[in-house]
Write a protein that binds this ligand. Structure first.
Ligand code: AMP
Ligand code: ZN
Length: 466
């Protein structure tokens, strides 16, 4: 299996630390609001990755955090705390807000057929682990306390700081998740522990005692602390979106490696952004699309999953409604074909041919998760007229679906298309197989008279009410 490792900026052959076992950490949601479909694209990519690992026979231990401690928004919003904003907006406690949006997130990912992590970890339940990690960083001499009492990570002490992101440190500008703060020795230094006393954010609701005084953890420490706790000081894979490379993951690495004195994560995978015509997905520009806004328009969430599969995870995905319509049509055609395959036989099976499709599919996914190529194999197999019996096709497609996660075994069309039409479709298929085109056309006409049309699309058969 080959994967593109952000550490080396190269495709590498994946080798886990322990034979047949993979430790995987994925940065989870902030729970002050609904996830948008950009976030969800990243979780779909991570799910495909995890399913690919599983299909390669690895046992996977997957950990995902829930960021419920409250963090400052970026300088766009002049640094209000997101949790405080949500509390004021919704008139609920921070716990209620976090629980509500964490549940909404879990519902979203289950609708997208994303496998649940083995361990969910909430930041607020791991403050002691974060404090311990900051103490280790401090003991090793990588931190300092500013005049305001905040504990900072001293990036000048960490020789490899910024290598990961190939940062131009001398010209590093303040940006998302870089705090503007006169107490820092250097702009790239970041907070490990915020102190209430001396903070501009006096109203910060969530705070805890610590050896440095009452306050709350910095923006990056939770992922280092919780991943080490559950996966160890050296583990296999860490994933997230590309926006996290330059700051969040760079700082996670600095914290973990400063504390342990050794290499932390072996492979880093990053998913590219979902973008809209208007650019970045952000509430402020009015293009914040949630999964609920898709389902409100009667889209199947899995149509969005199909859309994600159709673009390589390291390419930008341009989201628009026409694109989603095409994905929806392709998915419903795929399902319709699967249903027909399930219910019809066909020619005698040639085992080599099946193996050929299986290996093409696996080659595609094992080549840095090339899902668009894997989907091409799926469609080619559906269109394959010779050599493979329909039952076999059906079985392999369901096997592929363990990775695609499109729930292809779900027979939803039967409820919409009457049994009588189903039977006629099968009858027509039989004629087509015998190349009796005349009879096949007669059946098509009969179906039309009963109010349904059949389209022989390049991807297969599509049935629609007229
Ligand atoms: P956040 O809640 O901001 O930490 O984001 C959750 C996940 O979504 C992270 O892995 C981000 O890198 C990722 N993400 C944020 N915005 C987008 C986007 N527009 N497209 C794809 N992934 C995104
Ligand atoms: Zn993280």
């Amino acid at each position: 299996m080959k994967i593109y490792n952000t550490l080396s900026r190269k495709k590498e052959t994946f080798k886990p630390i322990e034979k047949d076992f993979v430790s995987l950490y994925t940065c989870g949601p902030t729970v002050y609001n609904y996830a948008h479909i950009g976030n969800l694209r990243t979780y779909v990519f991570e799910d495909i990755f995890k399913r690919t690992l599983l299909s390669n026979g690895y046992k996977v231990k997957h950990v995902m955090n829930i960021t419920d401690v409250g963090h400052l928004t970026s300088d766009e919003d002049e640094g209000e705390d997101k949790m405080d904003v949500a509390v004021a907006r919704e008139k609920k406690t921070p716990e209620e807000i976090a629980d509500f949006y964490a549940d909404a997130f879990k519902e979203d990912i289950s609708k997208l057929n994303i496998l649940q992590p083995d361990i969910w970890c909430k930041a607020t339940e791991h403050i002691a682990d974060m404090i311990k990690l900051v103490e280790r960083i401090e003991k090793n001499g990588y931190s300092y306390v500013g005049k305001n009492g905040n504990v900072y990570f001293d990036t000048s002490k960490f020789a490899n700081y910024g290598n990961f992101a190939k940062l131009d440190l001398d010209n590093l500008q303040s940006g998302a998740r870089i705090e503007i703060d006169e107490d820092k020795k250097h702009p790239r230094d970041f907070v490990l522990w915020f102190l209430t006393k001396g903070s501009k954010f006096k109203g910060h609701i969530l705070k805890w005692n610590s050896p440095w005084g009452e306050g709350w953890p910095g923006w990056h420490i939770e992922c280092s602390a919780m991943s080490i706790k559950y996966l160890g000081e050296n583990f296999d894979i860490h994933c997230g979106g590309v926006d996290h490379i330059s700051i969040h993951h760079t700082n996670e690495i600095a914290q973990a490696e400063a504390a342990t004195g050794k290499k932390w994560v072996n492979y880093w995978l990053h998913g590219e952004f979902l973008i809209m015509k208007q650019g970045k997905m952000a509430k402020s520009v009015g293009n914040f699309v949630t999964l609920k806004s898709l389902t409100d328009k009667n889209y199947d969430p899995l149509a969005f999953r199909y859309m994600c599969l159709n673009t390589h995870y390291r390419k930008k995905l341009n989201f628009d409604w026409e694109g989603l319509d095409s994905a929806r049509n392709a998915l419903s055609t795929l399902r319709e074909n699967i249903r027909i395959l399930k219910e019809t036989d066909g020619l005698k099976t040639a085992q080599e041919k099946i193996e050929d499709y299986r290996s093409k599919f696996l080659d595609a996914i094992n080549d840095d998760l090339n899902m668009p190529r894997a989907l091409e194999v799926v469609w080619k197999l559906i269109r394959e007229e010779e050599h493979i019996n329909n039952q076999k096709k059906y079985e392999i497609l369901l096997e592929f679906d363990k990775i695609l996660g499109l729930d292809l075994g779900r027979i939803e069309t039967s409820s919409k298309i009457p049994k009588e039409i189903d039977a006629l479709i099968k009858k027509r298929e039989e004629y087509r197989k015998k190349k009796d085109w005349e009879k096949a056309d007669e059946v098509r006409e009969e179906i039309r008279k009963k109010g349904y049309i059949i389209e022989d699309a390049p991807e297969g058969i599509r049935v629609k009410p007229i």
